[in-house]
Design a binder for this molecule. Sequence first.
Ligand SMILES: *[C@@H]1O[C@H](CO)[C@@H](O)[C@H](O)[C@H]1NC(C)=O
Ligand SMILES: *[C@@H]1O[C@H](CO)[C@@H](O)[C@H](O)[C@H]1NC(C)=O
Ligand SMILES: *[C@@H]1O[C@H](CO)[C@@H](O)[C@H](O)[C@H]1NC(C)=O
Ligand SMILES: *[C@@H]1O[C@H](CO)[C@@H](O)[C@H](O)[C@H]1NC(C)=O
Length: 387
Amino acid sequence: MATLVKRLMVERGRWAAALVGSPPLFFLVALLMAAVLAPAADGQPLVPAVIVFGDSVADSGNNNGRLTIFKADFPPYGRDFPGHTPTGRFCNGKLVTDITVETLGFAAYPPAYLGPNATGKNLLIGANFASGASGYLGSTAILYVRAGFEFETYSSWYKNAVSLKQQLSYYKEYQQKVEKIAGNKTTSDSIFSGGVHILSAGTSDFLQNYYINPVYYLIYTPAQFADLLVGSFTSFVQDLYRLGARKIGVASLPPMGCLPAAITLFGKGGNECVKRLNGDALVFNRKLNATAGQLKKKLAGLKLVVLDIYKPLLDLVDNPAGNGFFEARKACCGTGTIETSLLCNAKSPGTCKNATGYVFWDSVHPSEAANQVLANALLVQAIDLLS
Ligand SMILES: *[C@@H]1O[C@H](CO)[C@@H](O)[C@H](O)[C@H]1NC(C)=O
Ligand SMILES: *[C@@H]1O[C@H](CO)[C@@H](O)[C@H](O)[C@H]1NC(C)=O
Ligand SMILES: *[C@@H]1O[C@H](CO)[C@@H](O)[C@H](O)[C@H]1NC(C)=O
Ligand SMILES: *[C@@H]1O[C@H](CO)[C@@H](O)[C@H](O)[C@H]1NC(C)=O
């Protein structure tokens, strides 16, 4: 525990220095964190449960049984995960949410809700509803939208992710199960109000929907599209609040233009982060942050934190060596320029032997080593949710 607090202090120090350059704030926050994190020393997790929603950044196996091309339940995915088994996580090892759950003192991960372990007492520590290729818009999980009406086309099988709306229905079902398993409504309600709810979405909406879907990009500017997504975020938070959630952390968009696949597809042959995409991410992030501020004012007792993943990931990409990495352009899997999901498989030629020095595991998803750095940065920001 002492090392954790020390590490957090160092991380927070970096952030505080970067943000305001103010040592007093740093010490204040460090003291606060030491106090907040102390309970974990006795073996009890810091919060009763962790509940996860979103896309492939957080999916821990919900797509495994689905008819979709967005899967990661085969090698080399999971090769550095405990047991060296592919679990459906889009990573060589642990996700940011896995690392966070460990840091908070849990002995197990909240089970993937559509997986075999989502039964009985396992559900009392939370659940994971995230689904690769899902997004704020229902049409990101399926494929096309026309004039506001979603419909599945013959080709929609290739995505077929669990939409956020569907994830929310599963959450309602989950709550009923937990109430039965806990056998006591007071107890189950305290799991929902005290549990940390994490939402990570938006990248698929842009990369797999907006930029490649003329129905959107001909009609909406990136800022207007961002408004559409933030509207969906607003309803999602209001629904969660109505269901008793009081602690919600929402991840910002990453620097999308720095994802290896984005450089390949949208970089016009260059080898630099695509400025346009990073700019769009920042526009979305500002709107998300402003809306989160309004929601907090409106919904009494709600702790809502925007977890900024943009800056820590951009720092890694801009200065890999300073963070112990040597490769931030090419991903480890395959050629490192385009492979993800089915294209990143045991037969992909060129996959690196050791992903530790790579910021990206596949062309869209960070490596476990990068996730560790991101998790440290996000935990510091999430401190408000842990008290
Ligand atoms: C289910 O839980 C068991 C025991 O904790 C674990 O060994 C196994 O890997 C889990 N399976 C999945 C699919 O998560
Ligand atoms: C539920 O649990 C709480 C706290 O443990 C206890 O005070 C309460 O009496 C229980 N209620 C029922 C109906 O068992
Ligand atoms: C986010 O919004 C808050 C107000 O709710 C504001 O104080 C803060 O500066 C904003 N941060 C960013 C990065 O826009
Ligand atoms: C990868 O490299 C790191 C750092 O050099 C080392 O600690 C780790 O054991 C290596 N992992 C494997 C699977 O070889």
